[in-house]
Structure formats: C-alpha cells, structure tokens
Design a protein. Structure first.
Length: 208
C-alpha cells in the first residue's frame, strides 16, 4: 500500500496496468460516501485519455435498487447501504467491462433519486474503465468477490469530520433543511462509512 498525491495518481495507476493485455483494464476507485470519488474519477479518466489511453468512468450508483423495491423491503431509509444495491447485476457488468468491446450500463440521477437504464456507454476504444463506488473494496459476502476483478485499486481516505461536512452540504443542496441534512448524514451515510471502515480490503493506492 502506498500514499499518493493526487497529481501523481494517474502515473501511479498507469505504472501498474498491463495496457498490452488482450482485455480492458479495470481500476477500482473506492471510498465512503462524500469522500470525493466522483470529483476525482472524471479528471483521472481525462488525464489518461490525454496521454493517449482512452479511459471512461463507470459509477456503481446505477445499481441502486428502485425506491419501490426498497419500500417493500423496509430499506428505503437505508438507501446506499450494501443491501440496497443489485450486487449480482453490478458484478455481471464488471465482468462484461473486462471482455466486451461495447457495454451499455445504468446511471443514477441524484435529482430524481432513481437509476436510469441504458444511460451510460463504454465504447470499443476504451482501454481503461475507472469503476467508482462505495463498496468496491468491501470485505463482506458477495462484495469481496469483486476484489479479484481490479487491476488497480484506490481508496479515498477522508477524516470523519470532513465527511460529515461534505455530506450535510450534499443534502442541503438536495433541498433538506439544516437539521434534516444532519440527521440524514449521521443516520445513513456516516453509518455506511463506519461499516466500510470496519471491513476494508487492501488497496494498492491511497488518496486523502
């Protein structure tokens, strides 16, 4: 495991990839809710592409279960927890990304709070997929099976207090008042962050 500054991350990742292999490379970018995965993944893919290695980002969030299903399972209040995702569907997608030239996948629309089928596309030109999600390095049944799919794994490490600040800001931007945003962050997102911290698989690179 190695601590890497953001500006050196692209070089560190590329140095670990076999870009001549007859398959697409998969890079896992994992971390707690609010740790900055979405903020980092796009620029990282852009840096690779600018260096002549076509890269695209595939978020795990497209595999959120629909709110209707979560209500039936009494899980709506815990949306974002591991059991509120379609793990089998996500695992299947990751295997397809490795070997199939052209892959369509779902995306999550935060404003609509719903997954949108067929909204994302990985093209044949893509050599590296940056898979972004909370539970890519999660040591619980089913999730730990993803570990062997990653060519390189990155963990975002952010102090708990900073996570809380970011998460409250996120929920305020989604229209919640100050108290409701605090409750949402602490009762769900930070609970998921604690669960991730308690069951971490090793990462190749760490980013603060």
């Amino acid at each position: 495991m190695m601590q890497v500054a953001e500006e050196a991350l692209c070089a560190a990742v590329l140095s670990r990839l076999d870009l001549h292999a007859d398959k697409r490379c998969l890079v896992a970018l994992s971390g707690a809710p609010g740790s900055g995965k979405s903020t980092l993944s796009g620029p990282l893919a852009q840096q690779m592409t600018e260096q002549g290695i076509a890269a695209e980002v595939v978020p795990m969030d497209g595999f959120h279960l629909d709110n209707g299903l979560l209500e039936k399972r009494d899980l709506l209040a815990r949306k974002g927890a591991p059991e509120t995702f379609d793990l089998a569907g996500f695992s299947h997608l990751c295997r397809r990304l490795r070997h199939e030239d052209h892959v369509i996948y779902p995306l999550f629309d935060r404003n609509r709070d719903a997954a949108i089928a067929g909204a994302g596309e990985v093209t044949p030109a893509c050599r590296v997929v940056i898979v972004e999600g909370n539970y890519l390095l999660f040591d619980e049944p089913g999730w730990r099976d993803l570990f062997r799919l990653w060519d390189v794994s990155i963990r975002m490490e952010v102090p708990l207090a900073e996570l809380e600040t970011r998460l409250i800001r996120r929920w305020r931007q989604q229209g919640l008042g100050p108290e409701a945003a605090l409750v949402r962050a602490r009762s769900n997102d930070l609970a998921n962050a604690a669960r991730i911290a308690a069951a971490q698989l090793p990462a190749d690179l760490m980013v603060g």
